[in-house]
Write a protein that binds this ligand. Structure first.
Ligand SMILES: [Zn+2]
Length: 416
């Protein structure tokens, strides 16, 4: 086989291959297209009239050497149009105004997935501006609705761009058949802004939204309810709910332990070592020794034992398949039980639970969660750290989109 068949540039013929002193490879080619549509009237032009000046494009490396493609684009003349304008043929493997072939640009984008612009610059010996140019040519700064045929579960969640600051960014994502996509990055988390985006979803796609998963932030819940009305269920993510009551259990336990530290002897208190860790990881995976520590702690505080029993009971409700109605009944029974216990540790959580009972219980309809959003949040957090804080919303969208969908979008193309 002719090695030059591997060049993978359709409708071309190799004229010459040279190696320069610094080891760079230059492949001179000729394009072999037979016609080109007139840029004015669209008619297929077959009369090649002249050639344009040389184009020198970086291509995929040959045997690890920087490789360039040189070609002269053909120009075609239209005899039907006034002034007989010429049209320059741009091959499918070259995007206008780029100094790279499309294959090389795809390679750059792949290199950029889960990496940084600076790293790619060093590895490819490119300038920062060049790499950014590739990103801008291929990755749009916002969702192209035409690229999506179905939304499935829509997730709304936020991250803060700088730790400790309240500069929130809302991430809107979706998942359909296991594939997760980024739909939007919105500066802030105000209801009005979220509504603007939700309203911008084309009608046809809006109908494909199966459920909207969010945390219990009022702005998100209300934006979703107001835009989608009663047509689509809004689910408050069960893991966000669990986080809330576990946090209250945690602080209750801390309070009890602090009390016990004052009341018990050092030797007695020492027996409770590690209780926090054991209780956090949950009952099922504790060893005998760990269970002994927990029962030692509970022997000092029956209230804490009761609080943990109730917490576990609520988790079990979420772990059981049942209808929404059944779930609401169980949750109501749980609320009564908490009240009867006279425990105050769940007070704040109970308020949220009462306020959003219906949205929380919507989980039981299809058991949708926004666990996939958490995965994206993690990607965003890593991206933020990797790139020392990306503060431009458009860049954040492009890079996050590339990290989430890059392999799916580009691996297929360059692999075949
Ligand atoms: Zn024409």
């Amino acid at each position: 086989m002719d090695l030059l068949d591997l060049i993978n540039l359709p409708n071309t013929r190799v004229l010459d291959v040279t190696k320069s002193k610094n080891g760079n490879v230059t492949i001179t080619i000729e394009t072999t297209e037979s016609s080109v549509p007139c840029r004015n009237c669209g008619k297929e032009l077959k009369c090649c009239h002249s050639t344009d000046k040389d184009r020198k494009l970086r291509h995929l490396p040959v045997f690890g050497r920087p490789t360039y493609i040189v070609y002269k684009p053909h120009r075609y003349l239209c005899e039907d149009c006034d002034d007989q304008p010429t049209t320059t043929a741009t091959p499918s493997w070259h995007k206008q105004n780029s100094s790279y072939t499309v294959d090389y640009e795809t390679h750059i984008l792949m290199e950029l997935v889960n990496s940084t612009i600076v790293d790619v610059c060093v590895k490819e010996r490119l300038s920062e501006g060049s790499v950014k140019g590739v990103v801008n040519r291929h990755i749009e700064g916002r969702i192209n609705w035409k690229s999506i045929s179905q939304i499935g579960v829509l997730g709304i969640d936020e991250i803060s761009l700088q730790k400790g600051y309240k500069d929130y960014v809302t991430l809107i994502t979706c998942r359909v058949d296991g594939v997760v996509r980024l739909l939007s990055v919105i500066k802030g988390r105000e209801k009005a802004k979220i509504k603007v985006f939700l309203k911008s979803i084309p009608k046809k796609l809006k109908r494909t939204v199966e459920a909207i998963c969010t945390d219990m932030y009022d702005g998100y819940v209300n934006a979703a309810k107001e835009v989608f009305k009663k047509k689509t269920v809004v689910v408050i993510d069960r893991f966000h709910v669990a986080k809330l009551y576990r946090r209250e259990l945690d602080s209750y336990r801390q309070k009890i332990l602090a009390q016990l530290k004052k009341e018990l002897s050092a030797r007695e208190y020492d027996k409770l070592k590690g209780a926090m860790h054991i209780l956090r990881k949950g009952n099922e995976c504790s060893s005998k020794k760990e269970k002994a520590v927990v029962s030692e702690l509970f022997s000092h505080s029956s209230e804490l034992m009761e609080a943990y029993r109730l917490g576990l009971k609520l988790t079990q409700i979420f772990n059981t398949h049942m209808s929404k109605e059944e779930a609401v009944n169980k949750i109501n029974a749980w609320i009564k039980e908490v009240r009867r216990s006279n425990l105050l540790c769940f007070n704040k959580f109970m308020k949220t639970l009462r306020k959003y009972k219906s949205e929380i219980a919507n989980y039981f309809i299809d058991r949708n969660t926004s666990a996939f959003v958490e995965g994206i949040n993690n990607k965003a957090k890593v991206l933020k750290r990797r790139c020392y804080g990306i503060f431009n919303i458009k860049h954040l969208f492009q890079r996050l989109h590339l990290d989430i969908s890059g392999y799916r979008l580009f691996l297929g193309k360059s692999a075949c």
